[in-house]
Design a protein around this ligand. Structure first.
Ligand SMILES: [Zn+2]
Ligand SMILES: [Zn+2]
Length: 400
């Protein structure tokens, strides 16, 4: 005979009792009457902090968050051309579904814009798990949206319609970076550059990125740890204007949380797919560890994550005095920080100490040391502090 003692449940006790389709924080419960519209439903959705509601009422609530984010900030002009990123993640499918729904409404409720979908193929090798058949199904489901695919690291002219796409093998700078942290940071910047190039090519003025509050909280902490604190507000805001060619990046799902995304996936029977190299996500890097930390935080302290991410909006760097030389970083397009900070000079000072260690003992020349620190700070003029750290991890060649 077997019995389950109290201890076996521990902190995760609730997971034993969960029904299929529920997440670890909240449940989809069967049959009952909706607290919102009063109708009987076979499937009720019970979010944290909300009464149980039917399928329709839940979808209305979640879709309203998307419309409210765009509406409140008036961030999307009427008839804008939008490029939507679909990377196979749950949140990207939610955004695709919500945007498609908003486009198929009657005149009063319709979101007036036209949308194209972009998938960036980031597989390490073309033989890895192929997302193309799944993408083709999405293309049928979400007609008339046009789907485009491009390989990460490719030139923008190799952009293709999904139906014509085939992957080829590319040599990437990414592989020349020593640490996974630098590789992931570089890939993130490379992705953004590619997205703006594609947007320009397709004449899209706006890009929709599917980040939700949990991913933005992780992004905020990661950016600070990577030395991107000066531009962190733009990393998590609704509107990020650092893309080239005047393209605006919008994050209309920024107010959704993990539980809402999981319920939406369940409600609309969406099937997320993995398109990245899985080893990228499981190995230790600053970004992966920060994400794991935030996911854990979200499980145990539900409201802390939104506090973390809301703090991001309040962090803003001192603006640089106007200078003639390029004032944004050539890789990440954030404002250059070298003129702003004594801390950065101090970092270069200690690097100069280790570099000149032997010579110093001979001459004991402090002036030479400070001169060297300033030289180092000014040596890669067009990169910000964090991108210079990526550059330092490069085994050969240059980032830009
Ligand atoms: Zn209802
Ligand atoms: Zn930079």
């Amino acid at each position: 005979m077997c019995s389950i003692g109290e201890d076996d449940f521990g902190d995760e006790g609730a997971t034993h009792a969960m029904l299929p389709g529920s997440s670890t924080v909240g449940t989809v419960i069967t049959a009952g009457s909706c607290n919102k519209c009063g109708l009987n439903s076979l499937e009720l959705y019970k979010l944290n902090f909300r009464a149980a509601e039917c399928h329709e009422c839940f979808l209305n609530y979640a879709r309203h968050k998307f419309r409210a984010a765009l509406g409140a900030a008036k961030a999307l002009p009427r008839n804008a051309e939008v490029l939507l990123l679909v990377d196979g993640s749950a949140e990207s499918l939610v955004l695709l579904d919500m945007l498609h729904f908003a486009q198929t409404q009657n005149t009063f409720k319709r979101l007036h814009c036209s949308a194209r979908v972009l998938h960036i193929d980031a597989r390490a090798s073309p033989s890895d798990n192929d997302p193309l058949s799944t993408l083709n199904e999405l293309r049928k489901r979400y007609a008339p949206f046009e789907f485009y695919v491009i390989q990460l690291g490719a030139e923008v002219h190799s952009l293709q319609l999904l139906k014509d796409y085939s992957a080829s093998r590319l040599d990437s700078t990414e592989n020349k970076l020593r640490s996974l942290t630098a590789r992931q940071d570089y890939v993130r910047q490379q992705r953004k550059r590619l997205i703006s190039a594609v947007a320009i090519q397709l004449q899209c003025t706006h890009v929709f990125e599917p980040s939700i509050s949990t991913s933005l909280a992780a992004q905020l902490l990661t950016s600070v740890a990577l030395g991107r604190g000066g531009s962190v507000a733009l990393d998590v805001a609704l509107l990020d204007d650092r893309l080239q060619g005047g393209v605006s990046l919008l994050r209309p799902l920024k107010d959704l949380n993990e539980q809402e995304v999981q319920f939406y996936i369940n409600a609309q029977q969406l099937q997320p797919f993995q398109s990245d190299d899985p080893s990228r996500l499981s190995d230790a890097s600053l970004q992966n560890l920060t994400s794991a930390f935030v996911v854990n935080l979200q499980l145990n302290y539900v409201s802390t994550v939104s506090t973390v991410f809301r703090t991001g909006n309040k962090i803003a760097a001192k603006r640089q005095p106007i200078v003639e030389v390029p004032s944004t970083c050539a890789l990440c397009h954030s404002e250059l920080d070298s003129g702003l900070s004594d801390t950065l000079l101090a970092i270069e000072y200690s690097r100069a100490v280790s570099e000149m260690g032997v010579a110093l003992q001979q001459h004991d020349n402090m002036e030479a040391l400070e001169k060297r620190a300033r030289q180092r700070l000014g040596s890669v003029k067009d990169l910000c502090h964090a991108c210079r750290n990526v550059q330092a991890e490069l085994t050969s060649g240059s980032l830009i």
